[in-house]
Ligand binder design. Structure first.
Ligand code: NI
Length: 159
């Protein structure tokens, strides 16, 4: 495994649309492992492939229960709405409030190429929405309601 460079806001790759993964390859397996390592190293709760310069529909999420590797994630349904603070590993030292669905249901392929259904609320729902946005070239700053001061000691989770 290896750490990958996290692309920062202003890098045009973050604004491009990622393509679906068509088959599981050794390259994708390595990418998944590298993304987990890179996210852990950066203390993030989520990371999308374009953030490491790969335009493929892959996201990793870990809200403290172990990493979930998602290939080609897609929304099945979303419900409610909820406003909370978000940050992003590609946009350091910044955070802001964003409105997201309160509950989401998605499907994705795992590393064994099996389809999984996942329902999430709260932090998990927020992370899923934030990461899937990355696959479409959308950053949370496009949706921000208000930036918040993070110069205090309290740490925000970055995605
Ligand atoms: Ni992000």
């Amino acid at each position: 495994m290896a750490l990958r460079n996290i692309r920062l806001e202003g890098d045009p790759i973050l604004r491009k649309k990622s393509r679906p993964v068509e088959e599981m390859t050794d390259r994708i397996k390595v990418l998944l492992d590298d993304m987990v390592e890179t996210m852990d190293h950066a203390d993030g709760v989520g990371l999308a492939a374009p953030q490491v310069g790969v335009l493929r529909r892959i996201v990793i999420i870990d809200i403290g229960e172990g990493p979930i590797k998602m290939i080609n994630p897609e929304f099945i349904e979303t419900e409610g709405s909820y406003i909370d603070i978000e940050g992003c590993l590609s946009i350091p030292n910044k955070a802001g409030t964003v409105e997201r669905p309160e509950r989401v249901k998605i499907k994705y392929l795992d590393e064994h190429w099996e389809e999984n259904i996942l329902e999430g609320t709260g932090l998990l729902a927020k992370a899923i929405c934030h990461e899937i946005d990355h696959l479409d070239g959308i950053l949370y700053t496009d949706k921000v309601i208000e930036y918040v001061d993070i110069s205090t000691d309290e740490e925000e989770e970055e995605e």
